[in-house]
Structures are given as C-alpha cells and as structure tokens.
Design a protein around this ligand. Structure first.
Ligand code: ADE
Length: 360
C-alpha cells in the first residue's frame, strides 16, 4: 500500500523528512538541483485555455457549494500536463492530494486501503487509469457514485460481502488511451476534458518561464526554435531547454540563441519539424516498405520493432496532428506532407538514416 500511494503529491523523500538530519541534507541538495518547473496555480498554467477555463468554473462552483468536485477524467498524449492540472485542481480546492497509478493498484484490497485512508474532500489522482484491472474497476463504481465501498472479504465459503461508507472525494483519472476505458467507468466521470498539443506561442511562454526559474538566458528566437521542435509538448520543451543549456556550457556560450538551439537540436537528431529518429523511421517504413500504406498498426510496430502501445500513444498522435500520417479504415497512410518531408530530409545530413528497424 505504502508504495502505491504518495500523500501530498510530494516525492517520498520529502515525506521522510522527519527521519533525521541526513535526509534533510539530501533534500536540500535535491531541491536545489531540481527546481520545480510545474505551475502550482491556474494563473501560472500556460495554454490549454479551454480546459483551464472549464476547470476554473467547476472548481469555483464546488467551493461555493461546499461539495466535493465531480470526478474528472483528463485525457490526451503524454507530457501535456495532466498530472500538473490534477495538482492544481487540488491546490485550488485546498484539498489533500493523493497520487497513484493504475498498474500500482493490484487488487481490490489495495484500492480499499487507499479509499478508506482518504480525508473528506481529498483529491485522488490515478495516472494511467486505463490500466486498472477489471476487478479493481468494479470496486471503483460504487465508490465513485455513492461513496460506498462494496468489497468481498475472505475467500471460499467464509467470504462475506461488506459495505463501508467512504468520505466524499474527487477522483481525477488521467489516460493517454481514453478508448481503453470501459463505458461504465467513463460514465462515472462527470467532467471529461481532453488536452491537446500546445501551439508554438504557448510553448515559447512555457520555455521563457522555465528559463527564468532555471536561471537560463534564452533569447526570444532561441525559445522559438526550441518550441517549434518540441512536438507541442511542454515536457519535451523543458527537457530540450536543459540539454541545449548543457551544450551552451560546454561551448562556453552565455546565452541560448537560435543558432545554438538549432545546432544542439540537430545534433540530437531532432529535425526542423521536431521529428526524432523514430518518427522519421516510421514515415520511411510506411513510404518504402508499404508503398505509402495503408499499413496496419501491428505490422508497422513489428517492422519497427517497437511496442504497439508506444507507437499509438507516443509517436502516432503527433505525426497525425502534424499531418505527416493519416489514419484510414485499413491502416496508416503517408500523406503528401509526409512524403514532402521525407524528400527534404533525403537532401540533408539528418536524413542519412535507413528505413530499417531500431537495430539498424
Ligand atoms: N510547465 C509545464 N507545463 C506548463 C504549463 N502548461 N504552464 C506553465 N508551465 C509549465
């Protein structure tokens, strides 16, 4: 149980602060070297305006009525800020925040332990909620709907059905795969919000904010260059900013400008459209081995030697969003834009990659 739940949304090391001086010392070093980039309020949260505005209304209404916020499902590609939003909702509600992941809740008993430990009005965040087992999911239904825990205790002839009241709580589920949620579970989320890729302007703002926190000197053009190559994803933008800053140090540069960003990102195999080696490999495989498609996701994953779920959750959404790839009834197709991108790449050094598998 301990391992599947983190109270207060803080890493375990923070909870262990009471254990003595040595831990405190390590905390101090850790905190210093890893400043918090995640915004803590709606005010500081950039982009996703529609989602944010809706959530502000729901949170405000819940506070005015003095009732627990309806359950929330946040869905969309990885790295767009689902966890961040869940933490912000809790902090705006001034509610205790508990965090766990679908795969960490093995058995109904684990879930019962978590739910009975919640203080009234708590927010329970379950990341990767599509990975809950059917048995655990079934226990969630009455917990979400009536704040009642229906659970079977014991096994065989001595098994007994038990019903326990729960303190009102808000479940915030996050998933990259909404389609994998069962209908009964999805129906119990009164608030359903989809996060979409960020535009370059929002990413630029996020980068300027992160640079300020990290003490990185970045020009407007430098931030724009990183933003344009971050797949519409703040997590990637912040990661690239740090890597470019590392190279700035090694090159003796005092500032991240457009040239430096371009040089480092090119070196990292990220092309002008923000595609990485695997993205390009996907496009090349569809173009060359499947004559532009359609190709089924299973065949594509096998040729690429990549896990199907990773392909569907991580790579494909951005390629489709950017119009390089299309999803047809018979499989994935290379678009005219995808073909044109490959032609440009074939003329540049970054394009010197083959249409083979990872292991090439
Ligand atoms: N850091 C990561 N995501 C962010 C966001 N949406 N707004 C501000 N800072 C962020």
């Amino acid at each position: 149980m301990e391992s599947s739940l983190e109270a207060g949304g803080k890493p375990k090391i923070m909870i262990d602060r009471v254990m003595g001086n040595q831990v405190q010392l390590e905390d101090a070093v850790l905190e210093q070297s890893r400043p918090e980039l995640r915004p803590l309020t709606f005010l500081d949260y950039i982009g996703q305006t529609h989602v944010k505005d809706n959530l502000k209304v729901y949170v405000g209404a819940s506070l005015q009525r003095g009732q627990a916020l309806d359950h929330v499902i946040l869905h969309g590609p990885p790295g767009l800020g689902k966890t961040t939003l869940a933490r912000i909702i809790a902090s705006e509600l001034r509610a205790p925040f508990y965090e766990t992941r679908g795969p960490a809740i093995d058995r109904p008993g684990d879930l019962a332990g978590i739910l009975t430990g919640l203080q009234p009005g708590s927010l329970l965040f379950v990341d990767e909620i599509h990975r809950l087992s059917v048995k655990v999911e079934e226990v969630l239904y009455s917990a979400m709907e009536d704040f009642q825990l229906d659970i079977v205790v014991g096994q065989g002839p001595s098994a007994r059905a038990m019903r326990m009241p729960l303190a009102p709580f808000t479940l915030v589920g996050a998933t990259t795969r909404l389609a994998l949620l069962s209908k009964p579970l999805l129906d119990r989320f009164g608030i359903q919000e989809r996060l979409d890729f960020y535009d370059d302007q929002a990413l630029c703002e996020i980068l300027r904010r992160s640079a300020g926190i990290l003490g990185i000197d970045v020009t407007a053009a430098g931030a724009a260059e990183i933003a344009a190559r971050s797949r519409g994803t703040p997590r990637i933008a912040n990661r690239l900013l740090k890597r470019v800053w590392d190279f700035a140090l090694s090159y003796g540069a005092k500032q991240v400008d457009r040239e430096l960003a371009d040089r480092v990102l090119h070196r990292q195999g990220i092309d002008a459209s923000g595609l990485d080696r695997i993205d390009r490999q996907i496009l090349r495989i569809v173009a060359k081995q499947y004559s532009g498609g359609p190709v089924g996701i299973e065949a594509l994953a096998a040729t690429l030697n990549e896990d199907r779920a990773t392909l569907e959750e991580v790579y494909e959404p951005y390629l489709v969003h950017q119009g390089f790839l299309a999803r047809g009834p018979r499989g994935r197709l290379l678009t005219a834009k995808g073909r044109a991108h490959l032609e440009i790449l074939d003329k540049s050094p970054i394009g010197a990659e083959s249409a083979g598998t990872h292991d090439d």
